[in-house]
Design a protein around this ligand. Sequence first.
Ligand code: GLU
Length: 279
Amino acid sequence: MYRGRFAPSPTGPLHMGSLVTALGSFLDARSHHGEWYLRIDDIDPPRHDKRSFESIPRCLESHGLVWDGDIILQSQRREAHEDYLSKLRHEGYLFDCLCTRATLGDRGACVSSCRGHINIDGSVRFHLPIDAPEILDDLFLGQEHTDSLPENFIVKRRDGLIAYQLATAVDDLDEGYTHVIRGSDLLESSLRQMVIHQALRRPSPEYGHLPIVTDKAGIKLSKQTGALAVDQNTPISNLREALAFLKQPSPPKDIDRVDDILHHAIINWRRDTLKSGNL
Ligand code: GLU
């Protein structure tokens, strides 16, 4: 059984880039007769925009992207996240790090002697084992070799907040997703999450990375850089635009209902057009 999800962070309204990801993950799930869930990744309160807890679900609904079950809040999993940290620590994967941004090395890795010392006030880092996976078999892109991962990465911040990599890696396991469809800006994150799965001796979901919508300057649209909110009054043209971006067959011009657009998109969903060469 296919079980997929869309997992936005509540840091602002959905923009065209996030609508594309939501649509791509929805279509991949529904075209495989799968379930599709909405998880709000609310584990970084300083970055939250309270209104987006409402606006994101409303925007998805106005585009016919209706999820199964209740909305899942990642913040509810705090205890489970701590349990996984204890387990990983017990197995020797974690160490405490006192580095600041200025003392961290290349790609944010700790390269000083934190490992091997007890640093109770530090952040918590995951040390990459030598057999960490380096290749990701992507559902759309085929075999993806990313740059090798940094030798360690953060799993709990110094301010006590659980880092995205840990929370997402273990929630994706426990919530039972068989497929994770997300933007290709998260390709390296997927690999980090696979390393965590391997350390926990649990199989990873299958991953599919979608192309990223950028602005005119080639910069990824993001809530942080103030990308415009999707206009909920024009769902049909938004969906058509998102489908065209995903190189999907365009629904006939006379279709003018959201559900009919989605129905057409589900039965015509193609993964092969998402190969990098075709973008
Ligand atoms: N919540 C994160 C984001 O919106 C991650 C999504 C994911 O894990 O697919 O970028």
